[in-house]
Design a protein around this ligand. Structure first.
Ligand code: SAM
Length: 261
């Protein structure tokens, strides 16, 4: 099933939680000059117009990245903030980078990016967004199968972002089991898996599958949204990191402060 389109949710509170953490990880990993391999199982289209009909329909960006009080808590010195500013300067103030473009802006020309996206229209826009970057490879392919097939890469320092749309209940189990599969093939990879906190509590299954394994350097972050910020039952946002890079725990621990009052 491929009915989910991230344009309705881009720049919302969950995106801020996920994208800010992603940028913190990438900032830490690029402190060393060694090349990195970056992969995404579920890339989306890479760029979003927050004034599009779809985005305005939900209004999620308005209480997310377009909220001045919230944006001021993110910090102008973060890679995340600087990347958004770069996108706004080049494309206009209404534009927001998805995870693929954000990652590219934080990585170097000699790092490699492999991005999987199955939805034909999302793939088309992703391809158009990323084609000018020589080190980015965009695949119209199932993300789980695609990332497994090309792992481990030659440059074994790297990060995999797993960010499914969770359209079906079984996706939680699938994403959880995928973490074990990919870790077996590419043990050094930093793995970040995002999940929504919903009233139904379906994410507990994903967490259980991952937490009962003895993964190295594991970190869990969850933030709750205030009632007024919740959309369609989205109570909050969570992610798990495996092989968390050294030195970022303190910054990640502070993420919930951004979403409190
Ligand atoms: N990571 C993106 C970001 O943060 O900007 C958002 C990704 S969105 C939550 C999930 C995307 O996965 C959608 O664009 C959807 O079309 C795509 N998708 C769904 N199933 C897929 C699959 N099996 N393989 C690859 N992409 C898939």
């Amino acid at each position: 099933m491929l009915s989910y389109q991230h344009i309705y949710h881009a720049g919302n509170l969950a995106d801020i939680h996920k994208h800010l953490a992603l940028s913190i990880i990438l900032e830490a990993m690029t402190m060393k000059s060694k090349p990195l391999s970056y992969m995404e199982t579920h890339a989306g289209r890479g760029i979003y117009n927050l004034r599009s009909t779809e985005s305005l329909k939900t209004g999620e960006a308005n209480i997310g990245i377009l909220s001045l009080s919230l944006a001021s808590k993110i910090g102008k010195d973060t890679g995340y903030y600087k990347a958004i500013e770069k996108v706004r300067k080049s494309l206009g103030k209404d534009f927001y980078p998805g995870s693929p473009l954000l990652a590219r802006l934080l990585l170097r020309d000699y790092d490699s990016l492999n991005l999987m996206e199955l939805h034909p229209e999302e793939y088309r826009v992703l391809h158009k967004t990323m084609w000018s970057f020589a080190n980015v490879h965009v695949h119209k392919r199932d993300g789980y199968e695609g990332v497994l097939a090309i792992s481990p890469p030659i440059a074994r320092r790297g990060l995999i972002l797993i960010d499914p749309s969770y359209e079906v209940k079984t996706e939680y189990e699938k994403a959880g089991k995928f973490v074990s599969k990919i870790h077996r093939k590419w043990a050094e990879a930093v793995i970040m898996v995002w999940y929504p906190l919903l009233d139904a509590g379906l994410h507990e299954n994903l967490k259980k599958i991952i937490l009962e394994r003895d993964f190295p350097k594991l970190y869990v972050s969850e933030v709750s949204f205030k009632k007024i910020q919740r959309d369609k039952g989205l109570k909050g946002s969570g992610f798990i990191i495996i092989n968390m890079p050294y030195g970022i725990k303190e910054r990640l621990d502070k993420l919930p402060d951004i979403f409190s009052n």
